[in-house]
Design a protein around this ligand. Sequence first.
Ligand code: PAF
Length: 285
Amino acid sequence: MEVVSTTGELRTAVAAARRANKSVGLVPTMGALHEGHLSLVDASRAECAWTVVTIFVNPLQFAANEDLSNYPRPIGDDLAKLRLRGADLVFTPTDDEMYRIAHGTFVDVGVVARPLEGAFRPSHFRGVATIVLKLLNLASADRAYFGQKDFQQTLVVKRMVADLNVSVEIRVCPTVREADGLALSSRNAYLSPDERRQALAISRSLREAKAMVTGGERNAASVLVRMRAILAEAGITQIDYVVLADPETLENQSKISGPTLAAIAARIGSTRLIDNELIEPSPEP
Ligand code: PAF
């Protein structure tokens, strides 16, 4: 496994893979890798001859009050995991390498970036779209892999790729969970044992929404009341959103009539967690 940190080295390695007629898979990450990230590496290796993983904690997607300086950066562990998992190349640039002093171009994706995460983290998706476009350009990947846990991010990236005619296939892979349902996230490392127990109410609430809707409930308000009650019973009070939304437009649904995204963002102590379930309602009787 090769590890490079300059854009020049990355481009040289990509050119060599291309000359060898290898298809290129890109797995963009911010490091602190867990099975969720590694499942993306597996998916890329299953479909592409050459897999590039990027590790870059992108300052542009963090607001001033967010956890940029504390964000975990266990680079030695990350590289060991990627070596075991069979990544071909890892790109670990510095901030200066990715954003030169005069950097002045940003990607604003529009409507799909505005609700949910966009409402609570107004510049977040501008940062995500800008870095993802830069990484797609550098890696000239055939396919790029993202986790469903960041559902809105996958919509933002797909929209950007379609709007800006980027020649890449975006693959969305299932959320990986602990046995007790907690969605894997680099931010879980911040949770105390009590907070971790409390956090389980998020996936419980989403499972309940899925059970209600697949069981025939069509009234979104009834499902949302139950979802919020599960969070409240666990003592989760700092809730940014609990929604049932159209998975393409992210518009809130009042009557459930087709595929539905159930999504939650909440703070457990000082840790902000997000999770979601895609729900396919049972056919009308
Ligand atoms: O999902 C993430 O880890 C980040 O948002 C990404 C896609 C690597 C861009 O920095």
